[in-house]
Design a protein around this ligand. Sequence first.
Ligand code: MRU
Length: 349
Amino acid sequence: MVLPRTLRYEDGVLILLDQRALPASAEEVRCASAADVASAIRTMAVRGAPAIGVSAAYGVAVAARQALAHGDDVRDAALEACAALQSARPTAVNLHAALTRMHGVVDGCQPVMTAADLTGALEAEAAAIEAFETQASRAMGVNAARLLPDRARVYVHCNTGALATVERGTALAAVYQLHDEGRLDVVVVGETRPRLQGARLTAYELSAAGVPHVLVVDSLAATLMLQQALDAVLVGADRVAANGDVANKVGTYSLAVACTHHSVPLYVVAPSTSIDMTCETGADVTIEERSDDEVTAVGATRVAPRGTRVLNPAFDITPASMVTALITERGIVAPVTEASLAAHLAGIS
Ligand code: MRU
């Protein structure tokens, strides 16, 4: 089976693979306005930090192309789109970073630039953001695979693969690389309550690619470490703060605690654009709270009594001291500290 593409931009429309319907059916969502794209991000038709960033960038391009077609002001439409998309999801820095780049194209356009040229420039910028993520994904996979032993048994959380990005993924790119090199024994996939990105999306991707994997409930991870059944845990990141604290899918911190206790390496695989030096520590990251029904129901079936109070943060913070290494497209950062991150970004390490 060939995995359908996460997203594509065609004739002023962003076409997304609807991840809410996977793995039961491969449906598409057509986004013909920035509001459509914002809604797709908010409702998680598209999700995963890099994919959200690329989608938001194309959301601005969609708005510009539509404005051009209707004779509206392209500049105004693009700026309105940036504003509308900004709040779609708060935790992943990629959304903010992509929109900053798109805003920069509008700010930098010369007064003599035609509406058609500005539209073209916005489309080119979105394509450049996508191209960066594509290249970064391959490089991250190669860099992270170097840290892992032959016959590697790795644990992955959430979905960090092609569906979360536009290529092979972040943490899952390392898995694909190991598989290509014939060095992978098995991937243990945590189901990832409450939205089951592991069970629904990662297992789907790995099946499509023919990568050996086994699905477990999240709460089995520590026991597998106790049994010495894992060589490493690989996760992605939605935002890495300046001090190296990592915001990622809720449950990452629990994995970090178990890794620390059992001396299992925890590798965070993320593009350098996920590092946010303006955010001092993990405490400064906005953690998205999602709706109660994600927890009180499994799919369409309610499992908790009506009126049950729920806490449903979508992400958590793992302290930098618990991260064995951060792997980006540029290389490996270990230990993860403010100084090592700054050096990495400056191209010194
Ligand atoms: O809520 P999601 O599915 O968007 O969360 C995704 C994650 O937490 C990933 O680990 C993260 O985006 C980094 S890897 C693409």
